[in-house]
Design a protein around this ligand. Structure first.
Ligand SMILES: Cc1cc2nc3c(=O)[nH]c(=O)nc-3n(C[C@H](O)[C@H](O)[C@H](O)COP(=O)(O)OP(=O)(O)OC[C@H]3O[C@@H](n4cnc5c(N)ncnc54)[C@H](O)[C@@H]3O)c2cc1C
Length: 311
């Protein structure tokens, strides 16, 4: 079985940044990735300093080239099983092979669970958007409908009202709109539509054409803003006995400032550990986890040498 200093599971921004940090420290690195980053449906990535508006796949292609330049090996496979410990070493199994490593970085991202509204999945990432910093500028001044479904919805209204004077709030799940949030919407002068959404009319390219309400009314809107429930893609961590932290917006793996999880030898970076991390924050946390892992291995090397010397 091939052995590596580190196996990184997930080759998005977080995983590839960890691979670059480790490769540059002359660590042997395997990245196992299914290449389905969270923003796969977006054509541009924004708030990427120095690469503003880059196509997300081009960004990752550059990251893969950089990681490979420093010796990382990248395979397109799904990691299915993770076992072992820091004492005995870790084993990762894919459908085809088994690999072992001294340390693991989990950079598997999260899953956006969407409300079950016809048309929403088709529009997701194109005209059904969640993040003012990712898509807000692109929909400035447009007719924007905020889907009122939970704790994030009023916050989204606050941010999108900064970008357009044509924002409405559809109270899809009335029980989730607290009195203070209703007051916030009133202060923002965002009209509240008291109906659920029955259907989003979407063209073949994912562009919203209109909204059909439960009360039969039709609304014109060019974008719908919707919060997903964000659940860490953390089945492998759970296989090792790790538990997930609950958050009002989903679940995540708790890590230290340096990316260490509660399981010795296992690091986590990016969205799997921080639901709010955008691309640059995910990459930054990958660099930090890679650096911390490298330092841990370096200390382990000298401590095993001193044991040998005194024996
Ligand atoms: C529609 C949309 C648009 C966005 N736009 C922006 C934007 O403009 N700017 C911005 O900064 N942020 C944006 N984001 C957020 C951005 O997608 C995340 O910040 C970023 O993807 C997090 O990087 P990550 O490496 O943590 O996870 P991901 O990019 O999701 O990468 C995780 C990787 O792990 C792989 N993987 C998972 N499980 C396994 C497994 N078991 N075996 C092997 N591989 C596995 C996946 O295939 C994937 O390649 C957007 C998000 C969405 C949903």
């Amino acid at each position: 079985m091939e052995n590596f200093d580190a196996i990184i599971i997930g080759g998005g921004s977080a995983g590839l940044a960890a691979a670059v940090a480790l490769g540059r420290s002359r660590r042997s690195v395997l990245v196992i990735d299914t290449n389905r980053p969270r923003n796969v449906r977006a054509s541009h990535a924004h708030n990427i300093l120095g690469q503003e508006g880059i196509n997300p796949q081009h960004l990752l292609e550059r990251g893969r080239n950089e990681a490979e330049h420093y010796g990382a090996r990248i395979i397109v496979e799904q990691a299915e099983k993770l076992s072992g410990s820091v004492k005995d070493g870790f084993t990762v199994e894919t459908g085809n092979s088994k690999y072992s490593a001294s340390r693991i970085v989990l950079a598997t991202g999260l899953v956006d669970n969407l409300a079950e509204i016809p048309g929403l999945a088709e529009a997701w990432g194109i005209s059904a958007i969640h993040c003012a910093y990712c898509h807000g500028w692109e929909v400035r001044d447009q007719a924007i409908a905020i889907l009122g479904i939970g704790p994030m919805s009023t916050h989204q209204a606050l941010l999108f009202a900064q970008l357009s004077g044509r924002v409405i709030f559809i109270n899809h799940q009335p029980g989730s709109l607290a009195a203070e949030n209703r007051a916030t919407l009133e202060k923002l002068e965002v009209p509240i539509v008291e109906s659920r959404v029955a259907n989003l009319r979407v063209d073949g390219g994912g562009q919203l054409e209109g909204i059909e309400l439960g009360n039969g009314e039709q609304l014109e809107a060019q974008a719908v803003v919707v919060a997903s429930r964000m659940n860490a893609n953390a089945g492998l961590y759970q296989q090792l006995g790790g538990t997930l932290q609950e958050h009002p917006l989903g679940t995540f793996i708790q890590v230290s400032d340096m990316g260490a999880t509660g399981i010795p030898g296992v690091y986590a970076a990016g969205n799997v550990a921080n639901l709010g991390a955008m691309v640059m924050a995910a990459a930054a946390s990958g660099t930090v986890a890679g650096a911390a892992l490298n330092a841990e291995l370096a200390l382990e090397n000298i401590s095993s040498q001193s044991h040998t010397t005194h024996a």
